[in-house]
Write a protein that binds this ligand. Sequence first.
Ligand code: PY5
Length: 299
Amino acid sequence: MKYAWVNGKIIPYQEAVVPILTHALHYGTSVFEGIRAYWNGKELNIFRAREHYERFHRSARIIGLKIKYSVDELINATVELLKANEFREDVYIRPIHFVSAQTITLDIRDLETTTAILAIPFGKYLQPSGVRAKVVSWRRVHSTMMPVKAKVGGIYVNSVIALLDAKVSGFDEAILLDHEGFVAEGSGENIFIVKNGELHTPPIYSSILEGITRDTVIKLAADLGIKVIERRIAREELYTADEVFFVGTAAEITPVINVDGRDIGDGRPGPVTTRLRDYFMRVVRGEVDKYRHWLTPVY
Ligand code: PY5
């Protein structure tokens, strides 16, 4: 990454730094996004930029911050940033809006904020051949404790400790239950199970991030004639599902081949997951006309 975008200007990445007393570093007072841009050999396209920046604005509003740049301005800024970096590969884009004031106070009203966009070359986040997941004992935070629908920096400690638990136990990824013991999501992904050819996924009113990839998958499943049911899922249903998969910007569609040491199906990526993933990858690379409107061209 040669350049970053900070408060309206493209500057050398090395100069995009913050002092150690920065409020967000101490208290997690930031909201962020994760967006992908895909290189298809000819074009670089940002996937669902508008939906990501709309959520970015919502996240800020939820914790009482305000982003000065409109959704359109942020999309244009991202296009300019990717052009400046001359990327010709898949890219991960990380917008962040944070309390940049250097102060000890917890009263964030009127504190200085900074909006920045970073972009780095990015391949696979999780093993595409499938991951082994552990249902960890840490629960996904609930809306009565933290605004789980907002992508807030501080809330990610919940994900970090969950993933650490899974990793030190020899697994690849964590599955978090909600406060009532129902399946919520992965540390940085939403989750689906396949049962008798249908998809089941925890509902929006569960303690989940309202994932944009989750929404994409629900729409793509309809095209493939696959029924999707949003309902609460009990932990043991994971063990007997025909297939399980994670979805997210970083994770894309990743098969879960084992949960808590039990193979899912025959312990290999299943046919429904594979069909959806193949279709998803064609959509993000701009090969499906119906969904070209989800892409913002860079060049
Ligand atoms: N749930 C959580 C807790 C997430 O962090 C994410 C995204 C998702 C679900 C999926 O949301 P979406 O489909 O909108 O991306 N996680 C980030 C990502 O870029 C960060 C991962 C390290 O995928």
